[in-house]
Design a binder for this molecule. Structure first.
Ligand code: GLU
Length: 302
């Protein structure tokens, strides 16, 4: 935490990827980030993370925004679209390159799979191209050189989290072989440029946070506060997502859906709230927001 954060307006954000309509799982992150920001009299921003064009569903971004409105969310300022921000990501890459932290990688997926070990979040890149491309290899992706300094942070729900990037993750990609900037870079640049002080999101991103803190340090950015809420999982233990065929929210009973999110987050919403409109429910939720009651779990089956 830096000084600026204790004096300025708190700022939170919701940053959906427009791969499909909002579902119960995404509503949890939206509600938690909203209540966390508003309960601090802070601002709440919406950012559409539409970098990964191949994974997008046409029309999903406007559908998500419309759904947020139907549920009574009110965001501050303009919605930011990552697809329009390549120049900023390129600048950040340039800075990292100047610091000697960036290098081109010519390895194919297969070459990596054949030689890598398993880490916390997939394969640990074995560092093949760290000291230069082998003859005959072309740059495919751009990676950042990580180190063996432990990175730890305090998460408001999940407690102390630590990683050693060289051991747990490896040198990770910032610009992909298909030319797209990686989520890890874009999210760090945007959170800094938008002045986000409080990041509230699903615990599926907990293991990404040390990478993001590493990038913040390398770029001279401040590190925000973090709160990772449990994700909703199905009976098979899979996170609710488009891939696991989570049902889109239908906005027919917004109060009920929001009530269910509050119950999921163990905010103990009274049953009588179900008879009210969502504006009333929001008022209650804001007055009774208790982040300390959120279970210290990465996933909860719904
Ligand atoms: N766009 C990411 C997602 O939808 C969230 C990124 C974040 O909150 O940092 O999973």
């Amino acid at each position: 935490m830096t000084e600026a954060f204790t004096t300025g307006t708190p700022k939170g954000r919701f940053a959906p990827s427009p791969t499909g309509p909002l579902h119960f799982g995404s509503l949890i992150a939206a509600v938690a980030s909203y209540l966390d920001a508003r309960a601090r009299q802070g601002e709440w921003l919406v950012r559409i993370e539409d970098l990964d064009l191949p994974r997008q569903m046409p029309g999903a971004a406007s559908l998500i925004l419309r759904t947020l409105e139907q549920y009574g969310f009110e965001w501050d300022g303009e919605v930011l679209y990552q697809s329009q921000r390549d120049a900023y990501y390129q600048d950040a890459l340039q800075t990292l390159s100047t610091h000697g932290l960036l290098y081109p990688c010519g390895c194919s997926r297969k070459e990596i799979a054949d030689s890598a070990t398993h880490g916390i979040d997939g394969l640990v890149y074995p560092g093949t191209c760290r000291h230069g491309l082998s003859p005959g290899k072309n740059a495919r992706a751009w990676r950042i050189r990580v180190d063996d300094q432990p990175i730890s942070f305090h998460d408001a729900v999940q407690g102390e989290i630590g990683q050693v990037l060289s051991r747990d993750i490896g040198d990770f990609i910032l610009k992909r072989a298909d030319g797209l900037f990686a989520y890890q870079l874009a999210v760090v640049v945007d959170d800094e440029m938008q002045g986000i002080t409080h990041i509230v999101r699903g615990a599926d991103l907990l293991d990404s946070t040390p990478r993001q803190i590493f990038l913040q340090h390398a770029l001279g950015y401040a590190t925000p506060e973090y709160l990772h809420v449990p994700v909703a999982a199905n009976a098979a233990g899979e996170k609710l997502s488009k891939q696991t065929l989570a049902q889109p929210l239908d906005s027919r009973d917004t109060t009920k859906d929001l009530w269910d999110v509050l119950a999921f987050l163990r905010q103990s919403p009274p049953i009588d709230l179900l008879k009210e409109n969502h504006a009333y429910l929001w008022q209650w939720a804001l007055q009774h927001w208790q982040p300390n009651s959120i279970p210290r779990q990465r996933a909860i089956t719904v």
